[in-house]
Design a protein around this ligand. Structure first.
Ligand SMILES: Cc1cc2nc3c(=O)[nH]c(=O)nc-3n(C[C@H](O)[C@H](O)[C@H](O)COP(=O)(O)O)c2cc1C
Length: 224
């Protein structure tokens, strides 16, 4: 299994989120996965310009790391998102990547990938952020298998509790085992199917403005 992970912290792998992400990835590696980490600094993936070129042509026209990353994820089996809590949400660095995935979401182009999310905070609100990240993964077509988080005010100096470490390792292992077994839990199956129908309806309606996405869904519908 090949996993691409995106780390939206300016502190990179030495920061809290990077260290928690590394434990998740070690769990996945112990099960035989190959992992890669892309650190999203402020200019790695710039904010979306709202130009609609992705909807019209199927790629983003901005020349930064977004397109190579999109292609790497499309060619991989798994994707792990990691972010610190920045004012009750993901960091702007990760949010820029998510926004740039507007065309990915319209076509659910990461269909069949397996995903997980990692969050750290100073003092709270990790859960809704992790849920948001996993919801994002689902709308790209991926199957989210779970999340791990750490509230740093409750962690021992410079580290994580044994419980959090074990949860992180287990998440990495589960990502690989779910992918191996092609597991898609019933609620995920239903939510993904509902979202797929919503995207099909949206793109059919907006067809004349968004020719790439229209042609994409026409092909999908023909194949069904
Ligand atoms: C701009 C900014 C905003 C933050 N907002 C919150 C917040 O709303 N709630 C919270 O609990 N922690 C907040 N924090 C603390 C970080 O989430 C926390 O220190 C996190 O573990 C940092 O991860 P890192 O070392 O990987 O960057 C914020 C930190 C920064 C720099």
């Amino acid at each position: 299994m090949r996993i691409i992970s995106l780390l939206g912290s300016p502190h990179g792998l030495k920061g809290n989120t990077g260290r928690l992400l590394s434990i998740v990835l070690a769990g996945a590696e112990a099960e035989g996965a190959k992992v890669e980490v892309e650190i999203l600094k402020g200019d790695t993936v710039l904010p979306c310009l709202g130009c609609d070129i992705c909807h019209k042509k199927g790629y983003c026209a901005q020349k930064d790391r977004f397109e190579p990353l999109r292609e790497s994820i499309a060619a991989a089996d798994g994707v792990v998102l990691a972010s610190p809590n920045y004012i009750f949400n993901v960091s702007a660095q990760l949010k820029a990547f998510m926004d740039r995935c507007c065309g990915v979401i319209h076509c659910m182009s990461f269909w069949g990938k397996y995903g997980a999310s990692v969050v750290t905070s100073g003092g709270g609100d990790e859960e809704p952020i992790a849920e948001y990240m996993n919801h994002f993964l689902l709308t790209t077509g991926a199957v989210p298998v779970g999340a791990v988080s750490a509230r740093m005010s409750e962690m021992p100096e410079g580290g994580f509790t044994d419980k959090v470490e074990e949860k992180a390792r287990e998440l990495g292992r589960r990502l690989v085992s779910a992918w191996r077994a092609s597991e898609v839990p019933q609620p995920v199956q239903e939510q993904r199917q509902n979202f797929r129908e919503r995207m099909q309806a949206l793109i059919t309606y907006r067809g004349p403005e968004w020719p790439y996405e229209y042609a994409y869904w026409q092909e999908q519908l023909k194949a069904e």
